[in-house]
Design a protein around this ligand. Structure first.
Ligand SMILES: NC(=O)c1ccc[n+]([C@@H]2O[C@H](COP(=O)([O-])OP(=O)(O)OC[C@H]3O[C@@H](n4cnc5c(N)ncnc54)[C@H](O)[C@@H]3O)[C@@H](O)[C@H]2O)c1
Length: 354
């Protein structure tokens, strides 16, 4: 069987990883890369292969491209996803699926109508730490979950140095999207929504603060969001996302997650884990979990989720995370914004309805 042609739309910080994973996955050929910055696309193609495009509508006309990753700034996902679906391409889109409910619903509906595979890249579902937590919960080791604290913060480098488009997005779209999907997955919300076992968010309260990024750094986006989600069972989860950690932190992100149940607890230290430490003029924790290269090949949970999509396309199977999971997260982030704007708690409606 000949290899299947994959392409990446947007080969910036994260799209480059998608290209690298496709170039190193059996059964897959990196057919094309596209970036509005053509020099960037050409540099990625030189390293990993593929034809170079500056416009994705032209790339999507290439019949050799059968599956694509959309790795654009979040507010640009919808248009590119719809264009890819219209051309019948199987689709992996970075988180969040889209930044409005209409767009998210439109993508899910378009994929359903054309029978196109659609996966959203919520890669924590491949994280060994979160998979160990999920296994412990499913075995009943924690008893009934009563409280969860989930902190996922970035240093100020991310909105000021890494993402040129941070002023058109927020740390809620960039980081809370991962946290919310992880919690919905851990507590089996989708199953609960269909009448099966699991728990569902019922009420959400969110606080946001601005100042450091807007006034001191000239990037028009909030500094932080603090979100409390109440669940049907009485479980309370607190999610903290900030974009203003100092650059001196040993890791660009800070991830902690604690789940406390009636019988036990589970603690995750995803950033300052101490598994590997590099000391030079400062201290740094090299990435050994998300996307480390092992003998030149991208591994880790962030590479694993992309490879899962590739494997699904090659084998003709359905991915473990789909557009409806992405729609639920988009709805929750919009509720975070509404709660913060109105200064009150908001009820969580049907997250999975299409
Ligand atoms: N940076 C991370 O650590 C990270 C991690 C996980 C997921 N993501 C997700 O990946 C997506 C992209 O983030 P990023 O950090 O790679 O951003 P980025 O700015 O580094 O890359 C985006 C790329 O898209 C290109 N682009 C913009 N408009 C275009 C268009 N119309 N056509 C073609 N190319 C266009 C830009 O030139 C740029 O190279 C986001 O959804 C983000 O949430 C990022």
């Amino acid at each position: 069987m000949s290899d299947i042609g994959f392409a990446v739309i947007g080969v910036g910080t994260w799209g480059k990883l998608h290209a690298e994973v496709y170039a190193s996955t059996p059964g897959v050929r990196l057919q094309a890369v596209c970036d509005a910055d053509e020099r960037r696309a050409a540099a990625v193609a030189r390293e990993y292969g593929g034809a170079v495009y500056a416009r994705y509508d032209e790339m999507l006309d290439n019949p050799m491209v059968q599956a694509v990753s959309v790795v654009l700034p979040d507010f640009l996902h919808a248009e590119a996803c719809l264009a890819a679906i219209r051309k019948g391409k199987r689709l992996l889109v970075e988180k969040p699926l889209a930044t409005t409910e209409e767009e998210a619903l439109g993508i899910v509906e378009a994929a359903r109508l054309s029978g196109v595979t659609l996966m959203v890249d919520f890669h924590n579902r491949w994280s060994p730490m979160f998979c160990a937590l999920k296994d412990a919960m499913d075995r009943g080791d924690l008893g009934a979950p009563r409280y969860a604290y989930y902190r996922l913060n970035d240093t100020i480098y991310v909105p000021t140095g890494m993402l040129s488009w941070a002023g058109r997005s927020t740390v809620a779209w960039f980081l809370a999207s991962q946290c919310l999907d992880t919690l919905l997955w851990l507590f089996d919300a989708r199953s609960a929504a269909q009448g099966g076992p699991g728990d569902l968010p019922v009420r959400l309260t969110c606080l946001t603060r601005s100042g450091v990024l807007t006034e001191e750094r000239g990037v028009s986006t909030p500094d932080l969001y603090l979100t409390t989600v109440e669940w049907r069972s009485g479980l309370v989860t607190v999610i903290e996302n900030c974009w203003i950690l100092p650059e001196g932190e040993p890791s660009v992100f800070d991830l902690k997650c604690d789940i406390i149940g009636s019988k036990g607890a589970f603690h995750i230290d995803g950033s300052h884990h101490g598994a590997a430490r590099l000391i030079g003029s400062g201290a740094a924790n090299p990435d050994v979990l998300a996307a480390p290269r092992i003998h030149g090949r991208p591994t880790g949970f962030a590479a694993e989720s992309i490879r899962h999509f590739a494997d699904c396309v090659v084998r003709g199977t359905e991915p473990m995370v789909d557009g409806i999971d992405g729609l639920a997260v988009t709805r929750l982030i919009l509720l975070m914004e509404e709660s913060a704007r109105r200064g009150c708690s908001v009820d969580v409606g049907e997250l999975y309805a299409t």
